[in-house]
Design a protein around this ligand. Sequence first.
Ligand SMILES: Nc1ncnc2c1ncn2[C@@H]1O[C@H](COP(=O)(O)OP(=O)(O)O)[C@@H](O)[C@H]1O
Ligand SMILES: [Mg+2]
Length: 466
Amino acid sequence: MAELLPPLPLRRHLVANAIALAPSGVALVVLVWIGALPLLHALVAFGAITFVTAIVVRRYLLSVGRFARFVEALSHGDEAEVPRFVLSPAAEELAGGVAALARLWRRQRASIDSLSASAQAIVDGLPDPLLGIDRNRRVVRFNRAASTLLGPIETGRDLSATLRQPALLDAVDAALAGTPVQEPAEIVVPGPPERILAAHVAVLPRPTDDGSSVLVVLHDMTALRRAERMRADFVANASHELRTPLASLVGFVETLRGSARDDAEARDRFLGIMAEQTGRMRRLVEDLLSLSRIEQREHEPPTGRVELGPLLKGLVEMLEMKARPRDVTLRLQVAADLPAVIGDRDELAMAFQNLIDNAVKYTRPGTQVMVEAAPVNGGVRLVVHDQGEGIAAEHLPRLTERFYRVDTARSRQMGGTGLGLAIVKHVLNRHRGRLEVTSTVGEGSSFTVLLPAEQFSTTARKPAGS
Ligand SMILES: Nc1ncnc2c1ncn2[C@@H]1O[C@H](COP(=O)(O)OP(=O)(O)O)[C@@H](O)[C@H]1O
Ligand SMILES: [Mg+2]
């Protein structure tokens, strides 16, 4: 197929032909001059030479044009085919060399592209947010974790447009000035949710291609700080809970040794109160120990097989003794086809006892507490329903926190430690179960436990059971 080529400029044609014809023209003129060739013959010969030269020059010029376009195509990164060059072996050789060079360049380009793609993939895959900062403190690069945490980030803008915490900006300025601070800066990113981050600022040995001179890596400390605060609060709360009955015991001991030494009636009364306070301390210590034991085992799946019917029957019978003086009736309804669950019998008993005990404590005197256990798809549902004052919605999310009580004085007066529902939560976590609380103020509350049934439980069962 004929190749469509743009017409060559006439001037280039004329110049090339003139150069090619010059030697033979000069030779013919000399031959005519010395009389070796008649003028007519010389003109015919020059005409013939001009005709052949014009054809050869045209083909040559077309080859050069083709070569130029070939090189241009390669320089645009296209994979051009080496064109055919007629009467121009040098051009053909050159084109082959250029094509080989282009192939090599393309291979290197591909490996550079793949290197930079894997570098970006590694940076993107980092769980911690990372920002690349240039000499003028502008953000020039960031990874996916950074945009997830900080929202949309615009490159080319000063770091303060993304993070305006002075501690971080000072640390970056110091790093850019050549005096990096070793300690990470702790910054708070306003929420919601509010985040506490440790910002590590690292100076790169030399700026990268994108201009990054300093890297800022952010590490989320929110969970750690929250855990630290919870631990401190827990210790403070536990000490406070123990100190109150202890202070009362100390007071009564003093009184019994002093003014009430010979007062038999006061002594009896005080000893009664002291017994009550020691009971409170004992319950608190027992609950604290239970909680710590359950927490230690929380990641060990239970292995026993528990029939809930008999377990609940035993608990209800035991708690009836407590319900009767309050004129509370306890009703238990267990579905006949209730499946067994994989669990730790003692822990489940402790959890259910806490829920039924709460219902008995907080229901109105003269009312009924209903305990129902029934199968639900894939599991077992236990509902403890009371007719108490109910719990306002704002308290519901915090009920399972340690020492959280809606009415602290009332809880204490009823002998509560404020740890019962925390124990329930940790027991259910270990059993891959769930607690749901619904309540209507003035009408009552329902505490619902959902547990996976034996055949749906992924935990292994010990051959001997337990
Ligand atoms: N059935 C209930 N009705 C009303 N309030 C309840 C009920 N169960 C729990 N609560 C509230 O939740 C708080 C936490 O319960 P819990 O951890 O068992 O502590 P405690 O029973 O020792 O007070 C209780 O102090 C009480 O305010
Ligand atoms: Mg309780």
